[in-house]
Design a protein around this ligand. Sequence first.
Ligand SMILES: Cc1cc2nc3c(=O)[nH]c(=O)nc-3n(C[C@H](O)[C@H](O)[C@H](O)COP(=O)(O)OP(=O)(O)OC[C@H]3O[C@@H](n4cnc5c(N)ncnc54)[C@H](O)[C@@H]3O)c2cc1C
Length: 435
Amino acid sequence: MTWKQCDYTGWGRVYHARGELARPERASALARIASQTPCPAIGQRRSYADGCLNDGGRALLTERLDRFLGFEEETGLLEVESGCKLADIVTHFGRRGWLPAVLPGTGFATVGGAIGMDVHGKNHHHVGSFGQHVESLTLALPDGPREVAPGDPLFAATIGGLGQTGPIIRATLRMQKIRGDVMMVTERRIPDLASYFDHLDASQATYTVGWIDATARGAALGRGILEEGETGPGLVPPAKRGTRVPLDAPHAALSGPVVRSFNAAYFRRVPERGRTVVKPLEDFFFPLDKIHDWNRLYGKRGFHQFQCVVPLAEREILRAMLKDVGTAGLASPLAVIKRMGAGRGGMMSFPTEGYTLAIDFPARAEAPEMIRRLIAMCFEAGGRVYLAKDAFAEASQMDAMYPERAEWAGILHSIDPGEAYATDLVRRLSLRSLP
Ligand SMILES: Cc1cc2nc3c(=O)[nH]c(=O)nc-3n(C[C@H](O)[C@H](O)[C@H](O)COP(=O)(O)OP(=O)(O)OC[C@H]3O[C@@H](n4cnc5c(N)ncnc54)[C@H](O)[C@@H]3O)c2cc1C
């Protein structure tokens, strides 16, 4: 296998790594390398910060392991290689009436990455997280491939396990039957945060997600647009092919005044009485994927995303967070609010019952301090930050945010005492330290 020295980054382009990467073409090659040179596997690097980096070390890219291995129409069980992108599954199986039960906001995420972060989607309140729909998976361990399934502690350590149980070669997913291959989406304006909570609590829709104007202040604080979606039969033009951002945008492109005006116009794009629109599946699930390399819109310095979930009873902390963000004038147009259910698949999974808030920030000098303040508020409220996005949490906050961390680290120690699978994220937050 050829190892190639590469420079690479997470999706936010702030954290960088330099190290040797290999791209095996076949599962057998992945298994061989994994036994000779244990190292972390990486998907499409859609994690924002350092969760998909191994600076100074080796890593295995799964991008060429993207084959469908088998599908049973009677049960909806789909076996795929771990580098398979979720968008490819949607495109291929959507028209046959099946979808992965859980889809994050980007179809570039691979099955391996979706398991490694136990991703959640717009239907989390109904169906839980990605890992809860994994029937089994096969790990490439130093002593050979090993299949694991629910009930095995190694399975619970792998789901949301940040790649720390070794490379996943393939997985079997329980797909979900859908009513048709288009989306019926109802969009309505939400005037403020209190109404947002009411609407999120009352929504009966299968898929729910809220865009939030993180620049709004005063009476408009927390305003946004709630989207509620259902699959159904219908005809829509196929999803458009993506355009590409050709170069890094200048720094002023996302200045405070530009973002405020953009957000005000975006809020008004939906009529006051609301509307229902019909969309291709991909446009609803992966709205940003049409613009390839949209991360370049933040310029060379890149950007951060803060995402937290706080318990239902502590939801007013989101008001304090939005006040702070609105006053600082640092937010980008990308901000999302959602109610989460209790479902989570593994010991280190992010989801827990509560409200989740995600906000992108251009990587300006003031951003780290602002995000650290938000993390501190989340911590005080008994919430947790999402490790697929985190750049600034502290090791000392991890055991409260992820109460099963120490037990998880113990399981990892038994299969990988030398921490060969550690990534930059795991080292930064001392996630594998033993009690
Ligand atoms: C626009 C956008 C929207 C997003 N929306 C959501 C969302 O709605 N919900 C959500 O939960 N997340 C969301 N995310 C985050 C994203 O889904 C996760 O970061 C996901 O892990 C990315 O998948 P990836 O294939 O790029 O994995 P990477 O980022 O490359 O890796 C993620 C982790 O998985 C591990 N891993 C990857 N492949 C394997 C493998 N084969 N074997 C073992 N471990 C592996 C890596 O070691 C790493 O720890 C979003 C990201 C973007 C860019």
